[in-house]
Design a protein around this ligand. Structure first.
Ligand SMILES: *Cc1c(COP(=O)(O)O)cnc(C)c1O
Length: 389
């Protein structure tokens, strides 16, 4: 044996598909190229000042310095429930139907540990957030991907799942507004998911990380607002994208009492909750005016319009997304997603993420993240217009 003898589950991890792009990007920067990185889904804008101020005060109070509670401060869970009622129209019992999270990623990774046995199937949408699949594999589950196709408005075809898969299916991960396709889902789809999950005894896990990043008057619904969803579902919210707080690690899970309890059981054996000062800052975010969210969305909207105009001028057909800060663009004929991302980088100094990095069904697309100032996106568009392909 050779040190460090990784576990089978680590050895089985899929190769990191972005490694080649990362390397090529570093090479370009080393050559002195002015690279415009539209690859990363991490807000470039700072956390809003009233949230930072709440943290500054809270961190000076020694009462925040001890272990937090596993489930989250009662005040945090109450603020989350109040926020869900006010903005998503759902009623929750803060004591049993809300759980604080160290960001929603950990919940995605921990949920399979709470509910999935070896041999159980976990359904997930592809292309998608990589943790749905990896979290499933870590729990010994069997991931089964549901491809998201343009002709189905990037919604999964639940009727296409073979009976033997359905019989073993235990859990279903889905995410609307969607990363990376920026697709949205309406209540009709959510109602269909409830019916599907109830019929087949499947737990529904809705990742709603982009619930507030919306444009053109669109309002992203809560899955839990669908009739019967509270019986079989859990929904994940995150402060990360909504309030420019990716570095703080804060979110919350809401939904069925039994599911919240199961996730809480895993978490209380793995982590020790969220630093109280961060929860207090998180309360400030949830409970004060949401004008800061609207202001941020206006900034993304302007960037979106500039990028869409540029892509259209290049001959790529892209509809302006109603939500998320991603633009999911089909690559020109004759290119794979990796080849086109390479062309953008080498010929225009622009980083976009090849769709195949989000799953096999992402082939044929690249993802642009609107996480650079509008002047930089304008510059990217000027460079793209000069591209020959
Ligand atoms: C960014 C993102 C998250 C948020 O992760 P946090 O751990 O809350 O920062 C969750 N799901 C998707 C699809 C995302 O893109």
């Amino acid at each position: 044996m050779t040190f460090p003898m990784y576990s089978d589950r680590i050895n089985a991890l899929p190769p990191y598909l972005f490694a080649a792009i990362d390397e090529a990007k570093d090479e370009m920067i080393a050559k002195g190229v002015d690279v415009i990185d539209l690859g990363v889904g991490d807000p470039d804008l700072p956390t809003h000042p009233h949230i930072v101020e709440a943290m500054r005060e809270a961190v000076c109070d020694p009462k925040t310095h001890q272990y937090p509670s596993y489930a989250g401060m009662p005040e945090f869970r109450e603020a989350a429930a109040e926020w869900c009622k006010k903005y998503k129209g759902i009623e929750l019992d803060p004591a049993t139907e809300v759980l604080s999270l160290i960001g929603s990623k950990e919940a995605v990774a921990h949920i399979p540990l709470a509910f999935v046995n070896p041999g159980d199937v976990v359904l997930y949408t592809d292309p998608g957030y990589p943790v749905y699949k990896i979290g499933t594999l870590f729990a010994g589950g069997e991931p089964y991907s549901l491809p998201l196709k343009a002709e189905n408005s990037f919604l999964p075809d639940l009727d296409s799942i073979p009976a033997d898969i359905l019989k073993r299916a235990k859990l279903f991960f889905f995410n609307y507004p969607n990363n990376p396709t920026s697709a949205t889902a309406d209540m009709k789809f959510f109602e269909k998911v409830v019916e599907f999950c109830k019929k087949n005894d499947i737990i529904a896990v809705h990742d709603n990380a982009y619930s507030q990043m919306v444009y053109d008057g669109y309002d992203a619904p809560s899955f839990l607002a669908a009739e019967g969803a509270m019986d079989i579902g859990i929904e994940l919210y995150s402060h990360s994208k909504t309030y420019n707080m990716t570095g703080w690690r804060l979110g919350f899970a809401v939904g069925s009492k039994a599911l919240i309890k199961g996730l809480g059981k895993v978490k209380s054996n793995v982590d020790s909750g969220v630093f109280d000062a961060i929860q207090i800052a998180g309360i400030a975010a949830l409970s004060s005016s949401q004008a800061c969210v609207d202001d941020t969305n206006k900034i993304y909207e302007e960037r979106r319009n500039v990028l869409i105009e540029g892509l259209t001028a290049m001959g790529l057909e892209v509809k302006p997304p109603k939500a998320t800060f991603y633009v999911w663009a089909p690559v020109p004929t004759g290119f794979t997603s990796i080849e086109f991302a390479k062309l953008l980088l080498e010929e225009a100094g622009i980083v976009a993420t090849p769709g195949v990095g989000f799953g096999d069904a992402g082939e044929g697309y690249v993802r642009f993240a609107l996480t650079k100032p509008v002047e930089r996106i304008k510059e990217a568009v000027e460079r793209m217009k000069k591209l020959q392909f």
